[in-house]
Design a protein around this ligand. Sequence first.
Ligand SMILES: [Zn+2]
Length: 171
Amino acid sequence: MVQDIVIYPDKRLKLISKDVTNFDTELHTLLEDMYDTMLSKKGVGLAAIQIGIAKRVLIINLPDEENEDALPVKSETLEIINPVFLKQEGLCKQQEGCLSLPGFYEDIERFSHVLLEYQDRHGNKKTINNNAFLAIAIQHEMDHLEGKVFIEKLSILKRKKFEKEWKKKFK
Ligand SMILES: [Zn+2]
């Protein structure tokens, strides 16, 4: 079911999400809700806290590079639970956006290569080793689990400018 997205500066976005311990139907319903919500907003990733659930759960659905208008395929959606970085190296800068900050995009510096350990919806341990767009998407979503949003990585000047514009937009 499509849920409401938590919009910045809602305080829930500052919560540190908790580990998932039960890989049960409640988790699976959460994953379905997250998928429906992400799809309805045409997002490429979503963390559970963005629909108000402070659990270490995120999903990522990378756009089809050959056909940007193609609808995401549910079976290809990555479901990442309790993720932990084993390795982060290199640097890169890419434009990011966030469903909790609709309409705002900015270049953000991230690690270019990540090695990640996580669990799937059944609790099985898995790893991802990536040095492309997925690596960036994972870092963006994992920040949400720590109560952070990407604008916190902006310079002081850019952040001030953003806050001013954001207040105008949402008042
Ligand atoms: Zn985000």
